[in-house]
Design a protein around this ligand. Structure first.
Ligand code: 6PG
Length: 472
């Protein structure tokens, strides 16, 4: 008569997770800082399953079966620390605290280490899928001790989304690995949305298609290799008409994109790890640019074309440019997981990450099956771009991709996602990069030294005297 699992923090995500556990036959302890919300929860959902409500943290912890498993679904940052502290005070060694919010992985590492010293298991877990996913099956990315996953994992797998019978939940790795992977998921989500937005913008500007017509284009694209949740809902949003004005919904929404920060964190971490996640970075910066109305107003008078383009088969070219740029953005995100896995000793299984992103989460897509296959075929793939299937797709797309970027530049439509993805692709495949000149300049002004193509070691040229070269 005690609970199998508890949820504290009954805002919409916590509420739906608790209901999801109950729907799967678990006894669920529920708690919220303001008790009214717990009472409301019981009024609304008591008939859906077995819930044990508590008015205090102490009672909440006491209502859990041992080893206790308490999921916290509260705001990232200070509020999460406060709740962890309260729970931990009433827990005993072997008990588990699971943070299902969008925590920064560095915080998760710190919390995990601190709780471990007190004998408690801390599981930082990414949970994706929004309200609907939390209720009907999210994608779950739990980190933390493998020991914790042994008892907790089966419950999480039970409530997760399933694709072909496989749960969209797997133990990601120790300490902050789960939240790191969720962060990269969100970064990729930003990149996906940016590429979708550029596609829409280009079709509208270059050929004057109306939002409702572009909605049909996306609906059609969703039948092919681009099939995904985000492409599907793009058709919904573009097809929506504002009830009050009769205008397309996209024309009445303020064009300043907001963010809660996971995309920014992804780029910050990528900078530290030295991984060029240009697709995600362009998406984050595009949101930032959109949010500067004064600068945008001042710049409106600057010169530039504002025309349409006679671009044959633009729709199909944009589709291919979108697909190619998407491959680049995912390749970069997966590179970042490789780098972090090495840096923090997480041993992340990339194929498994693609597997649990196939369903439940925001970036769920048919495409992720291909990524899984790529890593199944070669665990040590240097970059997703060279997987034979993706290399072939890029070959098929590249002429279209180049035409799209050229058209966009010619008529003055910004496509930072498409353009930077193409630049990345071209840079990566170059035999020689102009980085050699950068090295020469660094050596000239700061004696920063360089390596030679023809022998080992570092060298410096005496630029201010006779330009003789010496080993550094
Ligand atoms: C998910 C989402 C979710 C996130 C939104 C909003 O996986 O369910 O990623 O966790 O909160 O994507 O993020 P921004 O407000 O930063 O756009």
């Amino acid at each position: 008569d005690k609970a199998d699992i508890g949820v504290t923090g009954l805002a919409v995500m916590g509420r739906n997770l608790a209901r999801n556990f109950a729907h799967h036959g678990y006894v669920v302890a529920v708690h919220n800082r303001t008790e009214e919300r717990t009472n409301q929860f019981m009024d609304d959902y008591r008939d859906e399953g077995s819930f044990l409500p508590s008015g205090s943290v102490q009672d909440f912890v006491a209502s859990l079966n041992r080893p206790r498993k308490a999921i916290i679904m509260v705001k990232a940052g200070g509020p999460t620390d406060a709740v962890i502290e309260e729970l931990a005070a009433h827990m005993e060694p072997g008990d588990m605290i699971i943070d299902g919010g969008n925590a920064n992985f560095a915080d998760t590492r710190r919390r995990e280490a601190a709780l471990k010293e007190r004998g408690l298991l801390f599981v930082g877990s990414g949970i994706s899928g929004g309200e609907e996913g939390a209720l009907n099956g999210p994608s779950i990315m739990p980190g933390g001790d493998a020991e914790a996953y042994k008892t907790l994992g089966p419950l999480l797998e039970d409530i997760s989304a399933k694709v072909d019978g496989t749960p969209c939940c797997v133990h990601v790795g120790p300490d902050g690995a789960g939240h790191f992977v969720k962060m990269v998921h969100n970064g990729i989500e930003y990149a996906d949305m940016q590429l979708i937005a550029e596609s829409y913008d280009l079709l509208r500007q270059a050929q004057g298609l109306a939002p409702a017509e572009i909605a049909d284009v996306f609906r059609e694209w969703n039948q092919g290799e681009l099939e995904s949740y985000l492409i599907e809902i793009t058709a919904e949003v573009l097809g929506h008409v504002d009830a009050e004005t009769g205008k397309p919904f996209v024309d009445v929404v303020v064009d300043q994109a907001e963010q809660k920060g996971t995309g920014r964190w992804t780029v910050q971490s990528a900078l530290d790890l030295g991984v060029p996640v240009t697709g995600i970075a362009e998406a984050v910066f595009s949101r930032a640019l959109s949010g500067h109305p004064e600068q945008r107003a001042a710049a409106r008078a600057l010169a530039g074309p504002n025309g349409t383009a006679a671009h044959a088969n633009l729709v199909e070219d944009v589709r291919r440019a979108l697909y190619a740029s998407k491959i680049v953005a995912y390749a970069q995100g997966f590179d970042q997981m490789v780098a972090a896995s090495e840096e923090y000793g997480w041993d992340i299984d990339l194929g498994a990450m693609a597997t649990i992103w196939r369903g439940g989460c925001i970036i769920r897509a048919r495409f992720l099956d291909r990524i899984r296959e790529a890593y199944d075929a070669d665990r040590r793939l240097p970059t997703l771009l060279v997987d034979p299937t993706f290399a072939e797709a890029l070959t098929a797309a590249q002429d279209s991709w180049r035409r799209v970027v050229a058209t966009a530049a010619t008529i003055g439509v910004p496509t930072p996602g498409f353009s930077s993805a193409l630049a990345y692709y071209d840079a990566l495949r170059r035999d020689r990069l102009p980085a050699s000149l950068v090295q020469g300049l660094r050596d000239f002004f700061g004696a920063h030294t360089y390596r030679r193509v023809d022998r080992d070691g570092s060298f410096h040229t005496d630029w201010s005297a006779d330009r003789s070269e010496s080993p550094a």
